[in-house]
Design a binder for this molecule. Structure first.
Ligand code: TA6
Length: 304
């Protein structure tokens, strides 16, 4: 059966043995298992901390949490009542149905609309939907946001938001490299200026590693990345996510309460988003942020 709907999650299964698991809480993808063209055995491609809460009590430490409508602490007046990374990752999304189920892949849709609870902190006209598609070696995650305002007043009821897919890619942090980020401007959140802002830099490295604590927000990035390590890799392609964040706290991760011991050694976060500035969306219009993750053929297997 290509799709199994449980009480708190949906399981996707591809005839060629890849699979995915999506919690209704946060629409968080918590597992993606896939082989590659060279090695058919499915391997887990995402990192989820063994200490992560999966019961809806807090955002999942791992997988693919959805960041919306603010990235980090809110800086826009409309987001003033929100917590870090907004509310999309900590609300229960609704099942909308199967979008596709054929040889090419299986695809489902979840939605999130303003509830009384959300309106208390974010009283804006939005309709979110999230389409997750599993193929043989690929996982696609598309976030759709509609400005559902029907107001015809002037000025128009424009939504201003940020959005990001906080991918925890399972990889050996000591060996992983992220490319191509060279010559991009970025904000280094591990360092701050005298004004307390992240310091602005230009990336000099041909390949970015995370051997030391890294929290870098790259602007106007190429939207096509390779995350590679000896024996494996993932390619990420995106549309409308103009920025990308690379994060690994290294041993500082031991201060994160729901991080498993040494968990930071087993992942790199590569997070496509629109997080510098805001997307501005007119009433009735829809914005779509798309991501396709593909397993790069591996020469040999690593046990992670
Ligand atoms: O995307 C990177 C980041 O914003 C880091 O600054 C780091 O704090 C991380 O996200 C995790 O945030 P969280 O709220 O999930 O603990």
């Amino acid at each position: 059966m290509p799709l199994e709907k449980l009480q708190d999650r949906v399981l996707l299964k591809h005839p060629k043995d890849s699979s995915a698991e999506i919690l209704f809480y946060g629409a968080t993808v918590i597992s993606w298992k896939s082989g590659s063209t060279k090695n058919p055995d499915p391997l887990e491609r995402l990192f989820v901390s063994s200490k992560a809460a999966l019961d809806g009590s807090k955002p999942v430490r791992g997988g693919i949490p959805i960041v919306f409508p603010c990235f980090g602490a809110p800086i826009h007046l409309e987001h003033a009542k929100l917590g870090q990374h907004g509310f999309a990752r900590s609300e229960v999304w609704q099942w909308d149905g199967t979008v596709m189920d054929n040889e090419a892949g299986v695809s489902i849709k979840l939605t999130l609309e303003p509830t009384e609870k959300i309106k208390r902190v974010y009283d804006r006209p939005f309709h979110l939907s999230y389409v997750v598609t599993l193929a043989e070696h690929q996982l696609s995650t598309d976030l759709h946001l509609k400005n559902s305002s029907t107001s015809t007043t002037f000025p128009p009821d424009v939504l201003e938001f940020q959005a990001l897919l906080h991918n925890y890619i399972r990889a050996p942090a000591e060996q992983v490299l992220v490319t191509p980020l060279q010559q991009l401007s970025y904000y280094d959140k591990t360092e701050s200026t005298e004004q307390g802002r992240a310091s602005a830099k230009v990336e000099q490295r041909a390949a970015v590693d995370v051997k030391k604590a890294t929290d870098s927000v790259y602007e106007n990035a190429p939207q096509k990345y390779e995350i590679t390590w000896p024996g494996g890799g993932i390619e990420i392609r995106t549309k409308n996510f103009k920025d990308v964040v690379v994060w690994n706290p290294q041993v500082g991760g031991s201060k994160i309460v729901d991080m498993e011991d040494g968990g930071w050694e087993r992942y790199v976060c590569v997070e496509p988003g629109f997080v510098r500035g805001f997307v501005k969306l007119e009433p009735g219009k829809t914005w779509i942020g798309q991501q396709v993750m593909t397993v790069i053929a591996e020469e040999r297997r690593l046990a992670l």
